[in-house]
Ligand binder design. Structure first.
Ligand SMILES: [Zn+2]
Length: 411
């Protein structure tokens, strides 16, 4: 049994309890958390580690949405507006795939780990990242993605998808968790969506899907017009129509299966209410939204509707970093209408407790019986005004000093 003592223990539990001069006692799972004196008195035989001055202990971070397969992008893709970006993805998809490197991905995962990300949700379009993810030190929820709209090709696309899913299922263990992804309502045929949801229900898997990322998607699904028609689908087939009658019709497929809706920046009120009614969550990727759609999720509205909110970096196809601290800082600078201390707290919870709940994992909180995924780092300076604590943690932290996953020291 181990005990870690720190100046600040952020439990990130539902009450957001913080222990000043706190301690955590843990094995593979957390045994107890509380004031240092109480914990030391209660567990006399444990191995005690006193962390340095200004130390913070908190749950490992959860990056709920990324695409490791697109990590070779630096400036290949077009930023500034969604449809030009999407066209650049179509044009360069194979080039990026060829430039994909296993050793670079290993390094990326290692960098993420050093930044404190102990769990990530990774969308896999091709399956070329399977073995790297399986070998990674952190927990990975591996979302095999289904995409395809051409009616004649659906059987072939679905069987390719299913083969990738079964390959992932064969590798399942406590750190590698297979899951499913439906790309989006504008790219994935209802027949495929229905089959993916059925498979998720049969195998008890969760689903991630992109939803209402751009204004172009909103116009296309609502009115079959706008940039999607003029600058995207017209390139392939001018007669094409949206595959779903409405955004709500797409959402209804996911009733009864645990789903993460990524982006949802342009989701309307009835869609958000439906997302809440099926206990689904929204994954916020603020930097990606800034670069691709020049807009941001209305966080106040998500909070008022009590929708579970996780945080993700998205892939390097729409970001420059997979470091969740950078993402939190970017969110602080982007969400200028939100009160800064409460925003900082929301971001920390989205990167721990909420992200873990969205992925269906018993992590993200320093609380009894939760898995011992723990990080620790030291602040350069403690805020004089302690109401700035969360904000200062986000502003000052770039990497962490100590990482435990399932109670085992990884760094
Ligand atoms: Zn994405």
């Amino acid at each position: 049994m181990n005990i870690l003592c720190a100046d600040f223990v952020l439990t990130c539990n539902d009450n957001f309890d913080i222990f000043y001069n706190g301690a955590i006692c843990f094995e593979k799972e957390i045994v107890d958390v509380g004031n240092k004196d109480d914990i030391l008195k209660k567990y006399k035989n444990a191995k005690i580690t006193e962390l340095p001055k200004n130390s913070v202990l908190m749950p490992g971070l959860v990056n709920a949405h990324t695409h490791l397969e697109f990590s070779s992008n630096i400036a290949t893709l077009t930023y500034g507006s969604f449809i030009p970006w999407l066209n650049s993805v179509i044009q360069n998809r194979e080039i990026l795939r060829e430039k994909y490197s296993e050793s670079k991905t290993e390094k990326l995962l290692d960098d993420m780990l050093k930044s404190g990300v102990t769990t990530l949700g990774n969308i896999s379009s091709f399956g070329i990242d399977l073995l790297v993810c399986k070998k990674s030190k952190q927990k990975i929820v591996y979302f095999a993605e289904a995409i395809g709209s051409v009616a004649l090709a659906l059987d072939a696309l679905y069987s390719d998808f299913k083969a990738r899913v079964y390959e992932a299922l064969d590798l399942k263990d406590e750190k590698f968790i297979p899951a499913l992804s439906v790309h989006s309502p504008y790219s994935t045929h209802p027949i495929i969506t229905k089959k993916v949801v059925e498979l998720a229900k049969n195998k008890n898997l969760i689903i991630s899907t992109h939803f209402m990322e751009s204004y172009a998607e909103r116009c296309w699904i609502d009115n079959a017009n706008g940039e999607f028609k003029d600058k995207f689908f017209n390139n392939f087939n001018p007669d094409i129509k949206p595959m779903y009658e409405s955004g709500l019709e797409f959402l209804k497929f996911f009733d009864g299966v645990k789903t993460l809706f990524t982006h949802s920046v342009f989701a309307n009120e009835s869609e958000l209410e439906f997302i809440k009614s099926i206990n689904a969550s929204i994954t916020h990727c603020p930097t990606s939204n800034r670069l691709l759609v020049n807009d941001k999720l209305n966080l106040q509205n998500i909070k008022e509707k009590n929708i579970l909110l996780s945080l993700g970096t998205d892939g390097l196809s729409s970001n420059t970093s997979l470091n969740l601290w950078v993402e939190m800082r970017n969110a602080i600078y982007l969400h200028t209408n939100d009160e800064i201390d409460s925003l900082a707290k929301t971001l920390i919870l989205s990167s721990t407790n909420f992200g873990a709940k969205a992925l269906g994992l018993k992590i993200g909180q320093l609380d009894k019986n939760y898995q011992s995924d723990i990080i620790s780092f030291c602040l350069e300076e403690i805020p004089k005004n302690i109401s700035n604590l969360c904000l200062q943690i986000i502003l000052q932290t770039k990497s962490v000093d100590l990482i435990y996953i399932n109670g085992e020291k990884v760094i």
